[in-house]
Design a protein. Structure first.
Ligand code: SAH
Ligand code: DHB
Ligand code: MG
Length: 226
């Protein structure tokens, strides 16, 4: 199998199952025009996020790593009218593009972009008493994944779903050399998940327009005591 085939199959399923959506399409176009990196989830992955949030009946969602808000819009589409999403973004330019994209999608009542390094804004959320969140999507700087997982557990409840993007990285996850800080972040995250009796988790390898990567899916099955 080649990247060309993976991309063609992605397009086949997207054409069949992901009808054009003016807000999502505009978000991608505006993000590209603003020069943001093209590292958002693919359309069929975005729809997977929306379906998982629907299955979860999520009313509160936390996202770490907004970029232009493409995954944010997919997740927010699953929320009921009185639901709420908070997304954390370190880069003010990315956050600005995301706010515009969310406003165009009619979602700025339900989705809030917080600017700052997530390791600064996560403690702020906790001290404001925000959460618990029904679904948490971790997709920011990979070396901090172990910290983001610890914060996710602090801001979760029994039954919360935590999703982590980019846990395979072309198979780089098997590299034990420690040479790549992103891979190290993913491996340390995986060790934390494996050792935590309060969660039940799996990983799904993916191929598609974004190459070879994967998601970790983690359900909080045990009691979280403060
Ligand atoms: N979830 C998005 C993609 C996110 S890309 C989507 O699929 O559409 C990762 C984002 O994390 C980038 O916008 C980057 O600026 C942001 N980021 C990097 N380090 C961060 C940090 N320390 N805190 C918050 N956001 C960070
Ligand atoms: C990168 C980050 C992502 O979140 C992603 O899905 C793909 C690539 C990156 O930083 O290269
Ligand atoms: Mg990602």
């Amino acid at each position: 199998m080649t990247q060309e085939q993976w991309t063609a199959v992605d397009r086949y399923f997207a054409d069949l199952l992901v009808p054009p959506d003016p807000a999502l399409d505009a978000a991608l176009q505006h993000s590209a025009e603003a020069g943001l990196p093209l590292i958002h989830v693919s359309p069929i992955q975005g729809k997977l996020l929306m379906l998982l949030a629907m299955i979860q009946r999520a009313r509160t969602i936390l996202e770490i790593g907004t970029l232009g808000g493409y995954s944010t819009i997919w997740l927010a589409k699953a929320l009921p009218r009185d639901g709420h999403l908070i997304t954390l973004e370190a880069d003010p330019k990315h956050a600005e593009v995301a706010r515009t994209n969310l406003a165009r999608a009619g979602l700025n009542g339900r989705a809030e972009v917080r600017i700052g390094k997530a390791l600064d804004t996560l403690p702020q959320l906790a001290s404001e008493g925000r959460g618990p969140f029904d679904l948490i999507f971790i997709d920011a700087d990979k070396p901090n994944n172990p910290h983001y997982f610890a914060w996710a557990l602090k801001l979760a409840h029994r039954g919360s779903l935590i999703i982590v993007d980019n846990v395979v990285r072309d198979g780089g996850v098997l590299d034990t050399s420690g040479a790549d800080p992103g891979v190290e972040g993913v491996r340390r995250l995986n060790d934390l998940i494996a050792a935590d009796p309060r969660v039940s988790a799996t990983a799904i390898q993916t191929v598609g327009s974004k190459g070879y990567d994967g998601f970790a899916l983690i359900v909080v099955t045990g009691e979280l005591t403060p």
